[in-house]
Design a binder for this molecule. Structure first.
Ligand SMILES: Nc1nc2c(c(=O)[nH]1)N[C@H]1C(S)=C(S)[C@@H](COP(=O)(O)O)O[C@H]1N2
Ligand SMILES: [Mo]
Length: 324
């Protein structure tokens, strides 16, 4: 990752990166007024074209699945929506919340192609209706050394994979995300190869923890968090969780991924959270929990597979220092 400001290998948020509380609160209160219908839809339309909160605030119902709920204290909504990595909208943590208002999360469709018996293109509503939505609270660990705890809404990607019936040749899944320079000012920079792409091995993609997410905190995904549909792969570093997905491809060969192309010695294909394998420029042994810890609070130890030990069997016999 591009880390502009670091302290002992860990980046610290600067006050300029944090949306002032009053600004945030007034946005929230605007959203609440919209929800109760006290602001006319015309002004809502006008607002959504300019605001970084385009679709956020729209409720999304889902039943909690207790099998996937970590008990850690949840990251405040404000922190999870103003401290983001979404390079299509700028490389500073505060950029996406300020500039992602130009992303149009509807209409949207996702193309599913490659080594499948039933390739299909699903519009967002049909994709969301594929199976019931669940709320799951996951730990979310960025390779940069910070973490959050977020209540996501979605369903296991495996539900979609079964529906399209992969052929015996399908060994990997590639996620291709939106790259539209009209909507995304960050594409002017060549910091990464666009479109942002990510990938998983087939058995990783089939693991029930791998979530296709449409919402968080009881609402549709805010643009800066990857509206309208993203992956959340909680045992891997955050960059594996591609935002604003437009294509899911099933492949014979391991796909190239944007971060691996930009710095292959720093970001491997697997990128499992692993306190024992340091990033070449910093330790991965600890992390800072966003929103919870003060700058001088001791960091938390990072857990193997981010604490999701269930996935260990996927890597039995693999040297995780080599396949980092
Ligand atoms: N399309 C796209 N997806 C992306 C990124 C990005 O820059 N572009 N950043 C990744 C990184 S590095 C992280 S840590 C997570 C951040 O997700 P969050 O902002 O919801 O916490 O999104 C990942 N998905
Ligand atoms: Mo990240």
């Amino acid at each position: 990752m591009l880390i502009h400001r670091r302290n002992n290998g860990i980046d610290l948020p600067f006050s300029s990166e944090i949306t002032p509380r009053e600004v945030f609160e007034s946005r929230r209160s605007f959203i609440k007024q919209v929800a109760v219908g006290s602001i006319a839809s015309a002004s809502l339309l006008e607002m959504t074209t300019r605001s970084a909160w385009a679709q956020s605030g729209q409720k999304l119902a889902a039943k909690s699945n207790p099998a996937f709920v970590v008990m850690d204290k949840q990251t405040p909504y404000k922190d999870a929506t103003t401290y983001n990595n979404y390079y299509e909208f700028g490389t500073d943590k505060s950029d996406p919340a300020q500039t992602a208002g130009t992303l149009k999360p509807r209409p949207w469709s996702v193309v599913i192609e490659g080594e499948v018996k039933k390739p299909m293109t699903l519009d967002l509503d049909n994709l969301m209706k594929l199976t019931s939505l669940e709320e799951r609270v996951y730990r979310h660990r960025c390779v940069e050394g910070w973490s959050m705890v977020i209540p996501w809404i979605g369903y296991s990607l495996s539900n979609l994979i079964k529906k399209v019936e992969p052929t015996g040749n399908a060994k990997y899944v590639e996620f291709v995300t939106l790259a539209d320079s009209k909507q995304m000012p960050g594409l002017r920079s060549s910091v990464l190869q666009w479109p942002y792409t990510e990938g998983l091995r087939m058995d990783e993609a089939m693991h029930p923890l791998a979530l296709l997410a449409f919402g968080m905190y009881g609402e549709v995904l805010p643009n800066q968090n990857g509206a309208p549909v993203r992956m959340v792969v909680p045992w891997k570093y955050g960059f594996k969780s591609a935002k604003s997905i437009v294509k899911i491809r099933f492949l014979k060969e391991q796909p190239k991924t944007s971060w691996n192309l930009s710095a292959p010695n720093e970001y491997g294909f697997y990128s499992n959270v692993n306190p024992n394998v340091d990033h070449p420029r910093w330790s991965q042994a600890t992390e800072r929990r966003i929103g919870e810890d003060g700058f001088f609070t001791r960091k938390r130890p990072t857990l193997m597979f981010n604490g999701y030990n269930d996935v260990a069997s996927l890597y039995a016999g693999m040297d995780l220092k080599r396949f980092f």
